[in-house]
Design a protein around this ligand. Structure first.
Ligand code: FPP
Length: 236
C-alpha cells in the first residue's frame, strides 16, 4: 500500500496547554486562552495555505463544564468574541463554519452567534472549520445508538441492518470525512473523549509545544510527519 505524500484532507486538533502556558509566564489562565484563540487564527491560515479541506478544533469538551464557573464563562465570552470578529474573515477566506457537540448546553448568546455564522457561511467552499463545543465522543456515540434504538423500536429499521455506515450516518459528523491527522499539543498522549469513532485510523502527531505557541510552521511540520507515515488501514 502506498505511503501518503498527499495533504491530509481532514486535520483534527486537541488544543491543549493554554493554562500551563499562562502559568509558566505568571499570568492568569485566561491569558492562555486568549493567546490560544490567536493560534486558532494562525492555524486556519495555515490550513488554507496547505489546502486542507477540514479542520476540527476541540474548543470545549463535555468535561470542561466542570471547570470553575469563572473560567467557563470567560471561555464562552472568548468564543462569542471569536464568532463575532471572525465572520468577515470567514467570508473573505470562503470558510464554512460547522459546530458539533451538545450545543443546547451553550449559553443562548453563543448559540445565536453560532446559528448566525453557520447559516451565513453555509455556501462557503474553500474549507470547513468544525468547532467541537460542549463535545464528548462517548456522548455522541450514545446519542447515535439511542437514535438507532428508537428507529428499531418503531419498526423503521431492522437491527440486523445496523452496520458501520448506518451508525456513522447518525453521528454529528455524518457529512464530514474522518480525520486523517490528529494533532495534540502540550505533549499529552491522550484522546480525551475526542471524536472517538472518527479517529479510528487517524495518524496521531503529539507536539510538545503548548497550544498558544503552536503556529503555521508547527502545522506544516505535523503534516510533513503525517506524509512520512505509512498508512495501512489494518491491511499489509
Ligand atoms: C486546553 O487548555 C484548552 C481549552 C480547554 C480550551 C480551548 C480554547 C481555546 C484555544 C481558545 C478559544 C477557542 C476558540 C475557538 C476561539 P487547558 O486550559 O486545558 O490547558 P492546561 O491543560 O495547561 O490547563
Amino acid at each position: 500500500m502506498a505511503t501518503y505524500p498527499s495533504i491530509p484532507r481532514h486535520v483534527a486538533i486537541i488544543m491543549d496547554g493554554n493554562g500551563r502556558w499562562a502559568k509558566e509566564r505568571g499570568r492568569p489562565r485566561l491569558d492562555g486562552h486568549r493567546s490560544g484563540a490567536e493560534s486558532v487564527t494562525e492555524v486556519l491560515k495555515g490550513c488554507i495555505e496547505l489546502g486542507i479541506d477540514y479542520l476540527t478544533l476541540y474548543a470545549f469538551s463535555s468535561e470542561n463544564w466542570s471547570r470553575p464557573k469563572a473560567e467557563v464563562s470567560a471561555l464562552m465570552t472568548l468564543l462569542n468574541q471569536f464568532l463575532k470578529s471572525k465572520l468577515k474573515d470567514l467570508d473573505r477566506q470562503n470558510i464554512r463554519l460547522l459546530c458539533i457537540g451538545q450545543l443546547d448546553r451553550l449559553p443562548t448568546k453563543t448559540r445565536e452567534l453560532i446559528q448566525r455564522t453557520v447559516a451565513h457561511t453555509a455556501n462557503h467552499a474553500a474549507m470547513t472549520l468544525v468547532l467541537a463545543l460542549s463535545y464528548g465522543g462517548r456522548e455522541e456515540i450514545v446519542a447515535a445508538a439511542r437514535s438507532l434504538a428508537c428507529d428499531a423500536a418503531a419498526g423503521k429499521i431492522n437491527p440486523a441492518d445496523i452496520d458501520n455506515p448506518l451508525f456513522a450516518s447518525r453521528l454529528q459528523t455524518a457529512d464530514i470525512p474522518d480525520p486523517d491527522l490528529l494533532i495534540r499539543t502540550s505533549g499529552e498522549m491522550r484522546v480525551s473523549n475526542f471524536l472517538l469513532w472518527q479517529i479510528s485510523y487517524a495518524e496521531m502527531v503529539i507536539v510538545k509545544k503548548y497550544w498558544p505557541e503552536f503556529g503555521r510552521e508547527d502545522l506544516s511540520e505535523a503534516v510533513a510527519e503525517y506524509q512520512r507515515r505509512h498508512r495501512r488501514f489494518g491491511a499489509l
